[in-house]
Design a protein around this ligand. Structure first.
Ligand code: FAD
Length: 387
C-alpha cells in the first residue's frame, strides 16, 4: 500500500526544495519528487546571484534578505558553496549613476546596507574593470553568490540527511488529484503516493500536469543564453557584478524617482532588442560566468524558442563584456541556455486546486534570490500556521 505523507512536493528546483525544507523544518513528513536523475531546470543553469538589491521594495526584497540569511546559515550546516562577497552595480553613464544614487538613498532609508563607489574605487574593487566604462558603482556588501551547478544537490542531500525529507528522483509526476480526503500522486513509472497536501513547483514544464490551466494563465517562458570562460589563472573577481543595462532593467531601479523620465530605449538598442544585459561572476574554479540574453514566448508556444544557441547573441554578449572588462583571456569553455517561466502580471503564479493541490511556479528571474522566503510564507499559509 502506498505510504502517506503530510506533504508531497513535485519538482526539485529551488522553489520545490525550499517548500520541502520549510515543511520538514516544521515537523511535517515530506516527499520530494523530481523527474530527472538530478534537477536540470533553471535552478542549475543560472548565475546564482542572490541579489535582494534588484528586487522591488517590500515583500520581494524581504524574501531576498531572508533567503540571504538562510543561505549563510546553511553554508556551514549543509556545506553549501556560497561566497559572501557582495554585489557591485557599475554605471556606464550619468543616467545610470543617477539611478544608483537614488537606489542607494532608498536602501539607506530601509536600513539595507549599500555604499557608493567612485569610478576609481570600483576599478580597484573589480580588477580588470575598464575605467573607460565605469562612471561609478553601488556596492551591496551583504549579498552572496551561490554555485548553482551544485547548490540544488547539496540542499537535497541536507534535506535527506538532516531533516528527514524523502527524495525520489526519476519520478515524472503525470497525475495529481484530490478525492475522499486525500491527494493521490502518480508517476510515469507507475508509482503512487498519498499526502494531505501537495505543492506543484514544476518550473517551466507545463506539459505533464494541468496543461490547459497553465496555457490559459498568462504565463510566458524566457530563454536565456550564458557563457563561461576557461579558468582565469591568477585573477580574482569578487562577488556579483551587474552593469549598465542591468541598472536599466532590474525592478528595484524602476522605483527610482528619475527612472520613468529617462529614455531607456535609446541605450544600446541592439542589445536591448535581445534582452541582453551583462552580469559577471567568478566560480570557485576561476572561470567567469557571463550573460545573459532574454527571448520570450507564451507558455503554449514554449517550443518555438528552439533548442539551439544563437551565435549572434553570444558574439554580442562577448563584445559588450570586452567593452566592460579586460580579463586575462576570453576563451570560452561552455555555452548553454536556461529557461524560466514568468507570470506576465504577477510576481509568481499561484493557484490552488480542490483546496489541497497548491501550484507555485513562474517566479521569473528571481528564484535563487527569493524562493526561500516565498516558500516559508507559502508553507505557513498552506498549513494555516502562524509565522
Ligand atoms: C540563465 C539563468 C540565469 C538566472 N540567474 C539568476 C540569478 O542570478 N539570480 C536569481 O535569483 N535567479 C536567477 N535565475 C532565475 C532562477 O533560476 C529561477 O527563478 C529558479 O531557478 C526557478 O526555480 P523553479 O524551482 O521554479 O524551477 P526549475 O529550476 O525549473 O525547477 C523545476 C523542477 O521541477 C521538475 N519537474 C517539472 N515537472 C515535473 C513533474 N511533472 N514531475 C517531477 N518533476 C517535475 C523539473 O525537472 C525541475 O527540476 C536565472 C535563470 C536562468 C535561466
Amino acid at each position: 500500500m502506498a505510504q502517506k505523507y503530510d506533504f508531497i512536493v513535485v519538482g526539485a528546483g529551488i522553489l520545490g526544495i525550499f517548500h520541502a525544507y520549510h515543511a520538514a523544518a516544521m515537523g511535517l513528513s515530506v516527499l520530494l519528487l523530481e523527474k530527472n536523475p538530478s534537477p536540470q531546470g533553471a535552478t542549475v543553469r543560472n548565475f546564482g546571484q542572490v541579489v535582494p538589491s534588484g528586487m522591488p521594495q517590500g515583500k520581494w526584497q524581504e524574501y531576498g534578505i531572508y533567503a540571504t540569511r538562510l543561505y549563510k546559515e546553511l553554508q556551514a550546516s549543509a556545506g553549501l558553496n556560497i561566497r559572501c562577497e557582495g554585489s557591485t552595480y557599475v554605471a556606464s553613464d550619468e543616467e545610470e549613476m543617477t539611478l544608483l544614487e537614488e537606489l542607494h538613498k532608498i536602501n539607506t532609508a530601509n536600513d539595507y546596507p549599500s555604499a557608493m563607489l567612485t569610478a576609481e574605487e570600483a576599478c580597484h574593487r573589480l580588477p580588470g574593470l575598464k575605467r573607460s566604462y565605469a562612471k561609478g558603482a553601488l556596492y551591496f556588501p551583504e549579498e552572496i553568490t551561490a554555485d548553482s551547478r551544485v547548490l540544488a544537490s547539496q540542499l537535497i542531500d541536507f534535506l535527506r540527511e538532516n531533516i528527514g525529507v524523502v527524495y525520489r528522483n526519476r519520478q515524472n509526476v503525470t497525475a495529481c488529484a484530490y478525492a475522499n480526503g486525500v491527494c493521490t500522486v502518480q508517476t510515469a513509472t507507475g508509482d503512487v503516493y498519498h499526502a494531505s497536501q501537495v505543492a506543484l513547483c514544476n518550473g517551466s514544464d507545463f506539459q505533464a500536469l494541468f496543461p490547459s490551466l497553465f496555457y490559459a494563465a498568462n504565463i510566458e517562458v524566457t530563454k536565456l543564453q550564458m557563457l563561461e570562460t576557461k579558468p582565469q589563472t591568477g585573477y580574482s573577481l569578487p562577488g556579483n557584478v551587474l552593469t549598465g543595462l542591468t541598472i536599466r532593467r532590474y525592478e528595484s531601479f524602476r522605483e527610482c524617482p528619475s527612472y520613468q523620465a529617462m529614455d531607456h530605449d535609446a541605450a544600446q538598442p541592439e542589445l536591448r532588442a535581445l534582452g541582453i544585459h551583462l552580469l559577471f561572476k567568478q566560480t570557485a574554479e576561476g572561470t567567469i560566468y557571463l550573460g545573459d540574453s532574454h527571448e520570450y514566448q507564451d507558455a503554449p508556444d514554449a517550443g518555438l524558442l528552439g533548442y539551439e544557441l544563437d551565435e549572434t547573441i553570444n558574439a554580442l554578449m562577448l563584445k559588450e563584456a570586452r567593452r566592460i572588462f579586460g580579463l586575462p583571456h576570453w576563451e570560452i569553455r561552455k555555452a548553454w541556455y536556461g529557461i524560466y517561466a514568468q507570470h506576465k502580471a504577477d510576481a509568481i503564479f499561484q493557484h490552488t486546486l480542490d483546496g489541497h493541490i497548491h501550484i507555485a511556479t513562474a517566479i521569473g528571474g528571481k528564484g535563487m534570490t527569493t524562493a526561500a522566503g516565498f516558500a516559508k510564507e507559502n508553507i505557513e499559509a498552506i498549513f494555516n500556521l502562524q509565522p
